[in-house]
Design a protein around this ligand. Structure first.
Ligand code: ADP
Ligand code: ZN
Ligand code: ZN
Length: 829
């Protein structure tokens, strides 16, 4: 067999000869190349040799040959022996190292662990973690470092290097893509490598081109007094600016001042207008805010947090409005002071602008927002920025758990019970809380889990270790929790009230405006009604692609009446007659947000209502803008779905109405009660956060339901105790653990057969630790024409090697059927 260096020499005649013999190591590289849908992990991981003149470390970004192309890759692992079936002469060398140090310490360990636990391929994990397009080889660029070249030194390098230098020098910025240089000059890479080694040029990855960083004009006041030469209008503008802390977004000033004409002020040097990145608010643009004097329970919580050891996670259990955010802020301050960074995960960025604002008000421009709605370019920029290691606070949603902060000092999950922390539709099906704990262990930092209604998992864990349980039992300034009134809608009907609004809710709404207060109405469904059926024959209008009924959508008189599927978004015009029997009597059942908004305007014409659900907030910035309009008092009532439960803190909201709690209570899922309790408690918590007392009215047809009772008495512990007992009896989480295997495909029989194959294999090979339930069709068997089956596995044993156990099952699945493994599923419907 040829020795490795001899092979190299054959492949690349210009490579300098190398005679040293280091132990033979091969390198596994995760390559970025088109990814066929059903391909296996090992097609993405290729083996390369390391040419002697390159030093490669794990996590380096490389360029490697692939067919006739050069593509990007990440150095994953050194191996001593070639994988079976590969001969040394098939192995090609890594072309070059593009960027070093692109990942913080332990990062690959974390990703590997996720792939293992959630039974997916590493590449799938890499895809959620890294900004898209990171590896595209076309992005590699070469930049001249003119100051690093000693005068006259160029004569000592090869003609090739000199040619590259002269190309670069003739470019205005001294900067070309590597591809361009390679096209211009034969074997340009040798020259580039030589120059990089000398430190005369640098090689870097360029941000993806699609940057659309949101720039917005901001206006800043440069004077502190009122100069005598101001006109009355100019004086008014300066006054507004001063009142707002000296800096504002331009459109906001235009609105307040009623003019767009600032030229004279600019010309005199009194104000300046500049583009600012929308997400990265400058500290000055917000009013600054000082740490508050803590209440005694806040203080106690903070002190305990400061004694937490690396890898420990504590529960901060505080009712809504108890001051959890203030504790986060004061816990983070010393982390930053120690030169480290903090990661704050929240369920939804768009819906919690207030939280972001409070962090910015406290920590200024050390706060960055990182979430999946950022453009590729924004994500990439933020990634690079994070890697610099400057102390900062990253606020983001689920995927921000992958933020590459090198010196991580604390991880916080706010509203840790929220189900959006779990990825369910896409792989890997990771839970950010689980990943946060692993990351905290790898980085020796603590985790703070905050909630008013902790998940049963977190609650149970904190019961085992009381020093990790921090409680804020009261609202700030002893503001009372809102009084909760339960209205039995059956009685309302008996009394002849056929309206959507109970007597009690009606009278509260009537006086709302006079008192200058605001209300939130919670509806569990969007659209108008949940289904439409024929009064004559009972026919229900269904989606042709899914096994569900269509929802009626109708926004305003005169608008098109539509029927829409909430699963696949199929839509059709609402028929005038029953498609089955031709009867014109079609009736709407169930109540969605549109219907509530319509009825409100009909019954309370003086109230200004704003609808807030995924139909009205589809646009990226819409939630923030709609909420701002509401906070600014442009509306009296906010009607919305689930989205309302997350962290709204609006002083003037004194009334919260739940239109029909029943929609939340009845689901086949074992977590339905927990979710209903959390949602109702969170919604209720939106009332009375300001000076005035709040009131919550819950309308229901089953007032005796234990969840409703517990919400009424704010009895979290009572609820949890009963619920845990039931879970324990059935060995459901947090006692036993679950894995759900989901199958789907266009061919119903193939899907069923695949599920049966896999179930049989599980029964035969999984040992006595596992209970195998199913296979069974999913609750809604067909969605968007795809048939869905599932197998539920329950275990009380060790879950360490889930990947090893489940991955081989893939081979039992028929072609064109997809199988997804959901470890610790949150819903099993
Ligand atoms: P939570 O996050 O638990 O819902 P917040 O942190 O939002 O609660 O606090 C509720 C309100 O009380 C906020 O307006 C906050 O500014 C205020 N607050 C919090 N802690 C204090 C404190 N120690 N002193 C005075 N006001 C406080
Ligand atoms: Zn009919
Ligand atoms: Zn559908």
């Amino acid at each position: 067999m040829l020795d490795r260096h001899a092979t190299l020499t054959v492949a690349e005649p210009r490579t300098p000869y190398q005679l040293t013999t280091t132990p033979q190591l091969w390198l596994e590289v995760l390559v970025d190349r088109p990814y066929p849908r059903d391909s296996q992990e090992d097609e993405q991981i290729l083996t390369y040799s390391i040419p002697p003149y390159l030093t490669v470390e794990i996590g380096d970004i490389l360029s490697v040959p692939f067919g006739s192309q050069v593509i990007g890759g990440i150095a994953l692992r050194f191996i001593e022996n070639l994988p079976p079936g590969l001969e040394e002469n098939q192995i090609r060398p890594v072309e070059d190292v593009i960027t070093k140090g692109f990942f913080p310490d332990n990062y690959w360990q974390l990703l590997t662990k996720i792939a293992q636990y959630y039974a997916t391929d590493l590449i799938t994990v890499v895809r959620v973690a890294l900004p898209k397009g990171l590896l595209r080889s076309s992005q590699r660029r070469i930049r001249l470092k003119p100051d690093a070249i000693p005068p006259g030194a160029e004569v000592f390098c090869t003609p090739l290097s000199r040619q590259i230098l002269s190309l670069l020098k003739n470019q205005k910025e001294g900067d070309y893509s590597a591809k361009y240089l390679q096209e211009k000059l034969k074997n340009a890479n040798y020259g580039i490598r030589d120059l990089v080694k000398r430190g005369w040029v640098e090689s870097y990855l360029e941000a993806p081109k699609s940057t659309n960083i949101k720039l917005k004009k901001a206006i800043t006041l440069l004077i502190t007094d009122f100069p005598a030469d101001l006109t009355e209008n100019q004086r008014k503008i300066v006054e507004i600016l001063r009142h707002q802390g000296g800096e504002m977004w331009l459109p906001e000033l235009v609105q307040l001042a009623g003019t767009k004409y600032f030229k004279p002020l600019i010309d005199k040097g009194y104000v300046v207008i500049e583009d600012r990145e929308f997400l990265r608010l400058s500290s000055a643009i917000m009013s600054r805010d000082q740490p508050k004097t803590l209440t005694s329970s806040q203080k106690q919580a903070l002190e305990t947090i400061q004694t937490l050891k690396g890898g420990e996670s504590a529960l901060l259990h505080g009712v809504t409005g108890s001051g959890k955010t203030e504790v986060y802020l004061q816990a983070i301050a010393p982390v930053l002071a120690a030169g480290k960074s903090a990661l704050v995960l929240v369920p939804e960025i768009g819906l919690t602008p207030q939280l972001t604002d409070r962090f910015v008000a406290r920590f200024g421009d050390r706060v960055y927002v990182y979430h999946s709605a950022l453009s590729e370019g924004e994500r990439y920029d933020t990634w690079r920025q994070m890697l610099t290691g400057t102390p900062q606070v990253i606020i983001g949603t689920r995927s921000a758990i992958f933020a590459p902060l090198p010196h991580l000092g604390m991880i916080i999950l706010d509203e840790e019970h929220d189900s959006s922390f779990k990825q369910t539709q896409l792989l890997p099906t990771y839970h950010a809380r689980t990943v946060a704990k692993w990351r905290a262990q790898l980085n020796h930092c603590p985790v703070i889990l905050g909630s008013a209604t902790p998940s049963l998992e977190t609650w149970l864990e904190s019961q085992d270790n009381p020093c990790l349980y921090l409680s804020l039992p009261d609202r700030i300034q002893n503001r009372p929790l809102p009084q909760v009134e339960i209205v039995d809608m059956r009685r309302e009907l008996q009394r002849g009230n056929r309206s959507l609004f109970s007597q009690s809710l009606r009278s509260s709404l009537e006086t709302l405006r006079d008192k200058g207060e605001q209300a939130i109405l919670f509806v569990s469904r969007r659209g108008h009604s949940t289904f439409v059926s024929c009064r004559s024959c009972g026919y229900v209008l269904e989606c042709p692609h899914c096994d569900v009924s269509l929802s009626y959508h109708h926004t305003e008189p005169g608008a098109q009446e539509l029927l829409r599927c909430h699963y696949c978004n199929y839509g059709r015009i609402h028929p005038k007659q029953c498609p089955e029997c031709g009867s014109p009597y079609l009736k709407f059942f169930g109540t969605g947000t549109q219907r509530v908004t319509q009825e409100l305007s009909k019954e309370f014409p003086h109230l200004r209502c704003l609808r807030f659900d995924s139909d009205t907030t589809r646009n990226k910035n819409a939630p923030r803008e709609l909420l701002k309009q509401f906070t600014d008092g442009e509306f009296d009532v906010l009607v919305g779905t689930q989205m309302l439960t997350k962290g709204l803190d609006i002083d003037r909201v004194t009334l919260v109405g739940v239109m029909a709690a029943d929609g939340l209570l009845y689901h086949s899922d074992y977590r339905a009660s927990e979710r209903a309790f959390q949602t109702l408690t969170q919604v209720a918590g939106r009332a009375g956060r300001g000076e005035r007392e709040g009131k919550v009215i819950i309308q229901t047809y089953t007032p005796e339901h234990p969840v409703i009772r517990a919400v009424q008495t704010h009895d979290y512990e009572g609820f949890v105790e009963t619920e845990l007992m039931q879970r324990e009896g059935l060995n459901y989480p947090p006692y036993g653990s679950l894995v759900l295997i989901r199958f789907s495909g266009l061919d119903g029989e193939a899907v069923q057969k695949s599920a049966e194959n896999v179930a049989e294999e599980c029964v035969n090979n999984f040992g006595s630790d596992w209970d195998i339930l199913g296979p069974a069709p999913a609750t809604i068997m067909r969605v968007a024409n795809r048939y869905r089956w599932q197998i539920l596995l329950k275990s009380s044993g060790d879950k360490a090697d889930i990947g090893g156990l489940f991955r081989p099952l893939k081979s039992l699945v028929l072609p064109k059927v997809s199988m997804a493994i959901d470890v610790d599923p949150l819903t099993i419907e």
